[in-house]
Design a protein around this ligand. Sequence first.
Ligand SMILES: [Cu+2]
Length: 641
Amino acid sequence: MNLLTFIIITLNYVLTIAGKIHELNFNISWVDTAPEGSYTKKQIGVNGMWPPPEIHVNKNDRIVLSVTNSLSPFDNPDQLEDFNTSLHFHGLFHNITKIANEQSIQNDGPEMITGYGIPYNETLIYNFTVDDQVGTYWYHAHTGAQYIDGLRAPLVVHDEEKEREWSITSDRVITVSEIYKRNYFAVMKKFLCRYNPTGAEPIPDGFLFNDSANGTININFNSKNLLRFVNVGGFVSQFIYSPRLKFKVVEIDGVYVEPFGTNLFEIGTAQRVAVIVDGLSEKEYLEEIHSDSYYGSHFPIYQIVAKSMLDVIPEDLELIKKHRFLFPGQDNTLQLPDPKDEIDSDELYFDDFMIRPLNRIDRYETPDKQVELVIKMENLGDGINYAFFNNITYTPPKIPSLYTVYSSPKEHLFNSRIYGSNTNAIILEHNDVVEIVLNNDDDNRHNFHFHGHNFQIIERGKPDAGHYNLTESFDETKIYKNDYPMIRDTVFVEANSYLVLRFVADNPGVWFFHCHIDFHLEQGLAAVFIEAPDLVQEYDNKGISTSMKRISKKHSYPLIGNAAGNFHDWLSLAGENTQALPLPNGFTMKGYIALLISSLMCMYGVYTIIDFGLYVDNDDKSEEAIQRHSSMLTELEALIK
Ligand SMILES: [Cu+2]
């Protein structure tokens, strides 16, 4: 090899590893949309378009994304005040320990965890590489429940090698979600209030498939179609059912799995399932449509809503939506048939527990640290129904937790106190094997997501299985169901049951762990893992980004201190944000007074009834009146006896 060839090959290699830089500008504003056709809704779009654009990059590429908040009340009369916004890149790790990658935890994005939100009329720059992660991801706002108004879209990291190996002829993303006719702030106002004491989740007005009411997936003869399903919704889980063409599942949450065939799979909020669908040959197609199949010439896909998650089901809410695969020459205006057999979503089941990752990773053995999180939903003194981990409902700190790590003196870094008493802050040592045990005392399913990590699913109880016995994990004779557990980044715990997850704390950072049912997150079902904060200081050492520094200066946002914003006395949490007081135990003074007044009113009412009943008109001397009085007296005497 001559020198020139060597240089070209080396340069090529370096460039491939370094990846391409994608410079993107997102101007975030209200857009008029009509996804279901029959009504219009103001949704949050990007550069005047809704849905926001899909982002497609390759392995090792860098994304430099400039985001401007233009959510103005002038464009949406229902918006009464300025709002922040933010973006989170769901499933990406932002690993700072690979120095050449120049990563920062700040790019993870959730407001008050890794930074402040972006105020109106301000611009923040996200700058990160996707590193060696590949597969199907998505991005969404991480400010309140904002993304249910449409600020969410797929983010795909292509793996050319794999796509070649699969010999795919098309590669598409399909989103599913729910839609509310009202904006998220109106939905949340009604949800989180004392007049909704049971915490009943808002019932969606409809369900979308690829952001419209009806979907068509064009499919060619002899094709191999990679379809990346993403549930970009904020609430319900959905089943995807194709009775005729089979799905071959190849990737789940950015993790390649041992391929398997199925006609049905479930996809909870934030989860991704990538499948390959083989287009038939023309001959097979003709045989199919001329067979005596119930479906005739149709190749339907049904989108089935998990109705058990809805507290009320309005009569006009369509819970099974019909879409289709369309072969060349077919008519997509023909009426699709209902599923052949009646479908009850309560009876559908798709078990992701026994799915095997393609790269088998042995189960992480005995944990170095076990974290139990007991889930419950309960009302606090303000009458609102909140969600709790270990009796604490996540209440955002006054300083983003990452800034607390950046600014803390070394001696306090590993003291969970500085991250607040109301944030469920959990400190992890570098490279510990960590086990999270979720014991769910609530009679709802919850769908948990961990930022910055995937986890192994070690155990999952069936509904109503009760708590997991914590000592089991340290029992060396314990027999596990799976030696190569499923790995993903978002997973369900069943109602009144348990879930056991394990991961290695090899990604220093400040990572949010929360229910991805957005309403439950807003109720406070969240914790923050402070992982190897010493290494965060060491590797993420450029500090707060220039664009955030500019915003903070203009808006006087504090950048140093503990959760309460204190930096003279780091252990003082005076002035921190805390949850509402508990409901009072028994009667308050106000209650006693109300009880006394209502008792008096009640006694007065009884008195007037008796008085009226025993009223005798002494002036009425008629025969009938005398008769009536004497029979009343007889009845009264009998009663007294
Ligand atoms: Cu939940």
